[in-house]
Design a protein around this ligand. Structure first.
Ligand code: DTR
Length: 343
C-alpha cells in the first residue's frame, strides 16, 4: 500500500493550493487578512441582545470582507459605558459603539420619538421604522459619526418582586426604568428610579428597586426571573438603539469595505428585531416553566385606564419638539404610517 498512501496527501495538497489561489484571486484589492482592525464597544453584559447583535455583525463583516477587517468586541462596558458611548466614539476611544438613545432623551430628539406610546407592536417593526425614520430625517445629533445601523427592543413591561394587578398596586413602588420611560412610570404612580440596564442587576439584588420596566428578554439574559416572580403585560413602548462609528475611521476604510458595511444597515436592523422578538418568547417560556413566574394580563378596561394616563406624553413631546424647531407632527405621522407598513 505504500504508493497509494503517497498519492493521497499529494492530491489533498494540490486541492488546498487551488483553493488558496482561488480565494486569493477572488479577494478584493487591498484585502489583506486582518489588515484593518476595529474596536467595537458595548455597555451591557455579553449575553444581552445588544451584544448578541454585535457578535453577529462582527462575524458577518469579517466574512463578507474576506477577513480584510477584523473586529475586536468589548461587551460589558469594558471600553465605554452606557452614557459615554456617543462622545467616546466621536473622540475615537472606540472605533464603533452601540448606544441606547433613550438614555439621553434630550440629545436624540427625532429618533427617540419612536419610544413615544404610539403602539409599535414588536422589535422587528420598531427596528425597520426607526431605520427609515433616521434615513429620512438624517438628524443633526448624528452629524459627527457614521451611523451603521439602528434597531429597537420589543415593547416594555413590568417585572416585579410583588404582583402588580392594578394601578393601586403600583403606587409608590420603586421601579427601575431609563430615559423616556421615567414619565410613564410616574404617570402610573410608581417611584421611578433611573439607571442604565448595566446597573440594574445590582440594584435589584440590593433591594434598591422592587422591579423594573423594560422588554422581557432580560428575564432570562440577566436572570431577573430569579428575583422578579411577576410580569405585568402593558406592552407599552420600545427603546431605540444606534450603532455609530468614528467619522475619521469610517472615512479611512477602503470603498469596498464601506460598501459591505453600508449594505448591511437594513439587514442588521431586521435581523436584530427578529432575534429580539423570538428571544422574548424564549425568555418568557423559560421564566414561566423554570422560574414559576406569574404573567399578569390586564383586562381590557384596566389596560385602557393605564393607556389613558399616557396620552399627554405624545402631545407634550410634540409641543416641546416643535419649540426646538423639529417637524414634530410630521415625525409622529411618519412613525404611525411606517408602523402600519411594516407590521
Ligand atoms: N429598555 C431599555 C433598553 C434595553 C432593553 N433590553 C436591554 C438589554 C441590555 C441593555 C439595554 C436594554 C432599558 O431598560 O434599558
Amino acid at each position: 500500500g505504500e504508493p497509494k498512501m503517497k498519492r493521497k496527501p499529494d492530491a489533498r495538497l494540490t486541492l488546498c493550493l487551488v483553493v488558496c489561489l482561488m480565494t486569493f484571486l477572488l479577494m478584493p484589492i487591498g484585502a489583506v487578512a486582518g489588515s484593518i482592525s476595529l474596536s467595537y464597544a458595548n455597555f451591557p453584559p455579553a449575553p444581552t441582545f445588544p451584544c448578541v447583535q454585535m457578535e453577529r455583525w462582527k462575524t458577518e463583516v469579517e466574512k463578507r470582507t474576506n477577513g480584510a477587517v477584523s473586529i475586536k468586541t468589548y461587551p460589558g462596558g469594558t471600553l465605554l459605558g452606557a452614557k459615554e458611548m456617543m462622545d467616546g466614539v466621536i473622540a475615537g476611544q472606540a472605533d464603533i459603539g452601540n448606544l441606547c438613545m433613550a438614555y439621553q432623551p434630550g440629545r436624540f430628539i427625532v429618533t427617540n420619538a419612536t419610544s413615544l406610546p404610539l403602539g409599535i407592536p414588536n422589535a422587528r417593526t420598531g427596528s425597520l421604522v426607526l431605520w427609515d425614520l433616521y434615513k429620512k430625517y438624517q438628524p443633526e445629533a448624528f452629524s459627527q459619526v457614521k451611523v451603521l445601523t439602528m434597531f429597537t427592543t420589543a415593547p416594555a413591561n413590568i417585572m416585579s418582586k410583588t404582583a402588580v394587578r392594578s394601578l393601586d398596586d403600583i403606587q409608590g413602588m420603586d421601579l427601575r426604568a431609563s430615559g423616556g420611560a421615567a414619565q410613564i412610570l410616574k404617570a402610573w404612580g410608581a417611584n421611578q428610579v433611573g439607571m442604565p440596564m448595566s446597573a440594574t442587576p445590582e440594584a435589584l439584588q440590593k433591594g434598591v428597586v422592587q422591579g423594573l420596566f423594560s422588554s422581557l428578554e432580560v428575564m432570562k439574559d440577566l436572570k431577573f426571573a430569579e428575583s422578579c416572580k411577576y410580569v405585568t403585560m402593558t406592552d407599552t413602548v420600545i427603546y431605540p438603539f444606534a450603532v455609530v462609528m468614528n467619522m475619521d475611521r469610517w472615512n479611512a476604510l477602503p470603498p469596498e469595505v464601506q460598501k459591505v458595511i453600508e449594505d448591511m444597515g437594513t439587514e442588521q436592523a431586521e435581523w436584530t428585531g427578529t432575534y429580539m422578538d423570538q428571544h422574548v418568547k424564549d425568555s418568557m417560556e423559560w421564566s414561566v416553566k423554570e422560574q414559576k413566574v406569574d404573567v399578569i394580563a390586564l383586562d381590557a378596561a384596566t389596560k385602557k385606564a393605564w393607556d389613558q394616563k399616557l396620552q399627554f406624553i405624545t402631545d407634550k413631546w410634540v409641543t416641546d419638539a416643535k419649540a426646538k424647531g423639529f417637524p414634530a407632527e410630521e415625525i409622529v405621522a411618519d412613525i404611525q404610517k411606517l408602523t402600519q407598513q411594516y407590521q
